[in-house]
Structures are given as C-alpha cells and as structure tokens.
Design a protein around this ligand. Structure first.
Ligand code: NAP
Length: 280
C-alpha cells in the first residue's frame, strides 16, 4: 500500500495531474489489469484513444476496479481518419459503447491533420459538450497556430492540449504561450518512452533521492505545472510512477534538468504538423 492517496495528486480544473497512459497496451488482459491496478493504487485519470484499439479493455479495467465512475477522469481521442463532423459524433458513440460509460471527461482531437477541419471537427466537439456527452474539449499535438485558429472559431473553451513533453523535449516556447491561456498542458511520453533511464543527469538525481529516473522525470513535470500520463503495464511500474508523488526536487536539481538542452521527439509521424510542408 502506498502512503499516497488520490487526494495527494494536484488537480488542474478538476483533472488529476498524474494519470495512466495506455498506448500500445494492446493485450486485453494486461490492459484491463493495468487500468484496474492503477485505479486501486489511487490514480484517477486514465488516457486512451480510439487509435490504441484498447477502449474495451480500458472499460473492463474501469468496471472491475472498486472505484466509482464519477471519481475517474476518463479521456479518449478521436482519430483523424474520421474527424469530419459526423465521424466525430459517430466514433464518439462507439467509444462510449466500448468504454462502457455514458460520458467522457475529456475528448481530444488526436492530431490537427488528415480529415481534421477546424470548423467541422470543432463544431462537432462543441455539440457533444452541449449535450453533456463530454465534459471538456481537448486538442492534441496542436501548435500555437492551431490553437489560435481553433479559439477564433470556438465558443467553448479548449480545456487541454496534449503534447509530447519530457526532460529531453521541454516545450519551452509552447509552454510560455500556453501559460498565457487557461489551457492545460498534458505531457505525453513523459518518460521519453523509457529513455529517461540511462540519462546521466536524471540518474545522478535519482540516486541522491533513492528514486527511479521515472520518478525524477515525473516530479520535474509536476513542478512545471503540467499533467503527466506515464504508460505502465506492470504493477511495479504503475506503483513506481505513483510514488513520484513523494519526490521533491530542490531548486538546484530543477535547474539541472531545465538545462538539458535537447529537443528530441519520440513521436514523430509523417503527418505531424511540424513535418508538413509550409504550403500544405
Ligand atoms: P512513456 O509513458 O514515456 O513511457 C512508457 C514506457 O516506459 C513503457 O515502455 C513502460 O513499460 C516504461 N515504464 C513506465 N513506467 C516505468 C517505470 N517506473 N520503470 C521502468 N519503465 C517504465 O511513453 P508513452 O506510452 O509514449 O506515453 C504515455 C502516454 O501518453 C501513452 O500511453 C498515451 O496514453 C499518451 N500518448 C499520446 C500521444 C498523442 O499523440 N496524443 C502520443 C504518445 C503517447 P511497461 O509498459 O512495460 O510498464
């Protein structure tokens, strides 16, 4: 049993700032077990996506855990092959069925690409919010220009922008823009997909705290005021990440991590907006 409870996790407008990621957790039992274990450990924020192919397993874990649905902040993402108006509405209905829930706390549009059309996609998200199917509208992998364009169009606020962030990709410019807005930053791949292990700076700091590099990365993200959603499959990893709540970094340690001056993406598909040609 951990000394930390769900009450120890800071919240951003109701969203717990530490959640469980589930990308590539495709084995149905492993995924359901991870979600159940996380919820029983104290996690109250679960992140999935239509594209992960595991919404049914996530739903099973949610149903199996001894935690009320209302106490969980559940997020999924609309895939960009059906980001047209009707595609958003219909695929969200499918997500609800697979997850076995009647509302979502947060629905993201996964990328600003392919069938994403600001007017169509965002109006569908606003309709889902107006009817109570989703509590909040999210965007993911949006750059400043996409956020500004969306804000021009939308009457409803954007709740969160989920982007890659970890000590090797600190998102300084995007963060400084987002700090001027009310939009929460949700950090995906917060462990750099496992690459935080083996880094000298994180390793030194971890050794001084008798902690893991994962815990140090998560403590740094917490100090930055962002939400982190590490993916973990085993109970050991799920609990290790949870125990980051007990790691307090000194100002000097935070500065050492801040000084890591790389901008290395672990998630970089060809359709990402930063890979698009300028005239596209
Ligand atoms: P991540 O969370 O940075 O790293 C996950 C990797 O680290 C897995 O291999 C995991 O292994 C391992 N791990 C986790 N905790 C560990 C620990 N305490 N000790 C040792 N190893 C540990 O990578 P991610 O999955 O890319 O990102 C997290 C979540 O963000 C995703 O699952 C997804 O929900 C979301 N995401 C969103 C987008 C987007 O476009 N919006 C893109 C990427 C990710 P095990 O699985 O074996 O535990």
């Amino acid at each position: 049993m951990s000394e930390f409870t769900s009450d120890d996790v800071p919240r951003a407008n109701g969203m717990p700032r530490l959640g469980l990621g589930t990308w590539e957790n495709t084995d149905p039992d492993a995924c359901a077990n991870a979600v159940e274990t996380a919820l029983e450990t104290g996690y109250r924020h679960i992140d999935t996506a239509q594209a992960y192919g595991n919404e049914e397993s996530v739903g099973r874990g949610l149903a199996n855990a001894d935690v009320d649905r209302e106490d969980v902040f559940l997020a999924t993402k609309v895939w960009i092959d059906h980001a047209d108006h009707d595609g958003v509405i219909e695929s969200t209905e499918e997500s609800l069925n697979k997850l076995g829930v009647d509302y979502l706390d947060l629905l993201y549009i996964h990328w600003p690409g392919r069938t994403y059309d600001p007017e169509e996609t965002l109006s569908a998200l606003e309709e889902l919010k107006a009817e109570g199917t989703i509590k909040h509208i999210g965007v993911s992998n949006f750059e400043r220009r996409h956020i500004e364009e969306a804000q021009e169009i939308m009457d409803e606020p954007i709740f969160a922008n989920q982007v890659e962030m970890h000590p090797f990709l600190q998102q300084r410019q995007l963060r400084s823009f987002m700090d001027e807005t009310d939009i929460e930053l949700v950090a995906y791949s917060p462990l750099a997909r496992g690459d935080v292990f083996g880094d000298d700076v994180l390793g030194d700091i971890a050794a001084d705290h008798d902690a893991s590099e994962a815990q140090v990365a998560l403590a740094w993200l917490r100090e930055k005021g962002v939400t982190a959603i590490p993916k973990a499959t085993s109970a050991d990893h799920i609990v290790d990440n949870w125990e980051s709540l007990g790691v307090e970094l000194s100002d000097a340690e935070l500065r050492r991590i801040d000084a890591i001056d790389t901008a290395e993406r672990r998630v970089d598909p060809g359709f990402a907006p930063w890979n698009a040609l300028p005239d596209q």
